[in-house]
Design a protein around this ligand. Sequence first.
Ligand code: GYE
Length: 362
Amino acid sequence: MAGQKNCFRITFATMDLHFVKRGGIIFYMKNVVLTFFFAVMLCSCREKQAEIVENPLEKPTIVGFSQIGSESSWRTCNTNSIIRAAESEGFQVVYADAEQKQENQIRALRSFIVYRVDAILFAPIVESGWDGVLSEAKEAGIPVIVVDRKIRTKDKSLVAGFIGENALEEGQKAAEFLLKKYADMSDGEKRNILEITGTADSSTAKERSRGFREMLSEHGNGRFSVIFCESGDFLRSRGNEIISQIIAYNGGELKIGTKKIDIIFSHNDAMTLGILDALDKGGIAPGSDVTIVSVDGEQSAINELKRGRLNCVVECNPRTGEQLMKLVKTVLSGGEIPAESYVDEDLFCEFDNLTLLEGRGY
Ligand code: GYE
């Protein structure tokens, strides 16, 4: 895994498990049988470790971390933030990259339970479908902290808590920028919006959309309407496809039927970069022919903002690691953590002096 000096890497059917440990060596075992062997070996090693370590309290803490994938620079930064923070606490991390598949995440969580990790961290790609495996973790006495995106469950006891971005506020901030930008619109004037959302059934996409639409309907005086909405799955390729198809199906223009698209609200910078590629190809000037609001705050998006090709970038802070580790230590010592914790987030737009902005680092 990029940036990790020592790690164990196990391919578990179609999924990579990386064992990040100090002084570890890199194993490449490529099938389930070997993985099972490794699971048995790891468990026996842990037994042996218990024998070797005089003081069992010094037994290394192992956390299992199931990450969605590496679909954006934001995601990569989020992964590195969490793994580096865990390593700085002396924790060993079993990292599983689910490659955008919920079934891989469920499989990874089950393997963490088999390995008897001390805690489980996971970023759920979608909100639902987790109760079964989380009940197994609960029965095994392994605490679970949800990171980045939320889950939907009736049984609140299945997880210790959540930490991540406030997606609802991110949607509200995107709308507030538009209310400011179009404050001088005369009565009767309207602006048509194309919304390209993130992964369907993800809490992030749902909350960004809800925050955005509620803010506009409460304060927009009917001047803004979302005339078309489609999921781009947080992927650059999908953002490009959607805009390319709209332009192709509407005679080379950015419109839906007879309605011109004045504003694009894109749920992440990766999709936005794909959107810019499609607009450039269609001869449509982003940031002027069409207003574009994006979310994440990746350096590539900030660069486009500085060039006037984007109008607003709402920050979604990927650097959860340090705050998350404080929660992990509380949970491991038997303490309670808040049901929801949020990271600080900003907003960057055309009204700001962007020359003062430091490098984003992702
Ligand atoms: O906005 C996007 C990633 O869940 C907040 O997922 C995260 C989102 C982020 O694919 O870049």
